[in-house]
Write a protein that binds this ligand. Structure first.
Ligand code: SF4
Ligand code: SF4
Length: 454
């Protein structure tokens, strides 16, 4: 099955998905404690709604905010609040968090419930505002990595009406297979969530984008769409496998052939993009009233004992998850939250899994670096970095401006349009860490504009 649709630029890194693509989703039992960051989303961080010593129930809200752009945080376990204070966070370094010691005598019965959704599911049983409120009450955020509160995304805006819902089933990052397994194992639940999202956002057309390296998922989703009689309204689009197709702007380009103007977001052109995992969680939130306390995480890479796809309590630490997954098999060069292209390397194994953590990749030197052990040499002006940049930027010009400490010049080359996908660094024959320079340039530019402390 070959897909013709795609976006300009991009690369084909080795996939390494065979490590986990055939591993069914396994439930991870509650750990002895969870650490729940109060910033797991874009927008206003939550305030704690519990204090040290309080008893909490599984599913209880432990943090919330009054702001519209925010999402409450719930406990995945029953237990006692051990601490409220700063804790490690993969993106922020540290942030306010609620730590809960699990009650060993409380039932640990949270499990996926895809069997609750079938072809006869009727989203019209739910009013659009009821769906949006359920998304907010459940603390739903974009689970593909962005963390944008789902309730806000679903809100209709008369000035920018959404006409198309694009469901992101690309999973273009190497190693990661959690969305693939969701599409295979929880197909009806995903489709139920897609239909609820379209109803809440008042969208008529629905397109589900899946890359052609996932033929079984394409087949399963097509069958589910046909079985529920939605094949006239929902189109499954087979995309040519390429990285970074899962990025919103590139997905829209691939599926619709349309370009989101720089500095704007998809609703500016009437498009709503949602990840398949968020759709599955929306179905649970609306139909079962279940808060987002667990998610599927791919634990993968050559240095982990039992790679697989795991249904993990949010707040479980990376260290506890490593232990559950058979421990490290060799000295790990790098622990990455996410995949090797856009993931974040972490050093602190007490960092918790959050609502946006789709994968942990345990990389070793031979995979991390390969020929990148070679030292950088001067640019040979081959133009490969320009050819692959999905945003049409000139990465070498931006990187050189940063190297010569000219962040304002780098910005004139549209540095802030860069999504840090790493494609330019990946193809550079001179081994220049272009993306690293661009990331540094953004920080320097933000500091120069006094948007960040020194
Ligand atoms: S400049 Fe940015 S967007 Fe373009 S390829 Fe490099 S990292 Fe990706
Ligand atoms: S890919 Fe590397 S060597 Fe080629 S033009 Fe870009 S920076 Fe220069």
């Amino acid at each position: 099955m070959k897909g013709g649709l795609t976006f300009p630029g991009g690369v084909h890194p080795p996939e390494y998905k065979d490590l986990t693509e055939d591993c069914p989703i396994q439930v991870v039992p509650a750990p002895s404690q969870v650490v729940l960051p109060l910033s797991q989303h874009i927008g206003t961080p939550c305030r704690p709604t519990v204090a040290k010593g309080d008893t909490v129930q599984a599913g209880q809200v432990v943090g919330d905010a009054d702001a519209f752009v925010s999402a409450p945080v719930h406990s995945p376990v029953a237990g006692k609040v051990k601490a409220v204070g700063l804790a490690p966070h993969a993106v922020l370094g540290r942030c306010q968090a609620v730590t809960i010691e699990t009650d060993p005598n409380a039932p640990d019965d949270k499990a996926p419930s895809p069997q609750r959704f079938g072809a006869d599911f009727n989203p019209e049983t739910y009013a659009p505002e009821q769906i949006r409120q359920a998304a907010r009450a459940a603390g739903l955020v974009g689970m593909g990595g962005a963390g944008f509160p789902t309730r806000v995304k679903l809100e209709p805006n008369p000035e920018q009406p959404k006409k198309v819902l694009i469901v992101n089933g690309c999973e273009c990052e190497p190693f990661i297979t959690c969305d693939y397994r969701l599409m295979l194992e929880w197909t009806d639940q995903v489709i139920a969530g897609v239909r609820l999202a379209a109803r809440a956002a008042e969208v008529e057309r629905i397109k589900i984008g899946i890359e052609d390296n996932k033929p079984q998922a394409i087949e399963a989703v097509r069958r589910a769409v046909e079985t529920c009689g939605m094949d006239e309204r929902i189109e499954v689009c087979v995309l040519r496998t390429k990285y970074p197709q899962g990025s919103e702007r590139q997905l829209i380009r691939a599926v619709l052939g349309r370009h989101v103007p720089s500095g704007q977001i998809p609703p500016a052109i009437g498009v709503l993009v949602m990840n398949v995992a968020t759709c599955a969680a929306l179905a649970e939130a609306v139909v079962l009233g279940a808060p987002l306390t667990h998610r599927v995480v791919t634990v993968t890479g050559p240095a982990i004992g039992a790679p697989g796809n795991y249904y993990v309590p949010v707040g479980m630490t990376v260290g506890d998850l490593i232990e559950h997954c058979g421990g490290l098999t060799e000295r790990s060069a790098r622990v990455v939250l996410g995949g090797p292209m856009m993931g974040l390397a972490i050093a602190d194994m007490t960092t918790p899994i959050t609502k946006t953590t789709g994968a942990i990749t345990f990389l070793v030197d031979r995979v991390v670096r390969g020929d990148r052990l070679a030292r950088p040499t001067p640019c040979i002006r081959c133009g490969r970095c320009l050819a692959v940049c999905p945003e049409g930027l000139n990465p070498t010009k931006i990187a050189h401006a940063v190297m010569y400490e000219k962040p304002d010049l780098a910005e004139q080359y549209y540095m802030n349009v860069c999504m840090e996908c790493g494609s330019c660094s990946f193809v550079c024959p001179a081994h220049i860490e272009l993306t690293g320079y661009i990331k540094t340039g953004k920080i320097l530019h933000a500091r120069a504009k006094k948007r960040m402390p020194p």
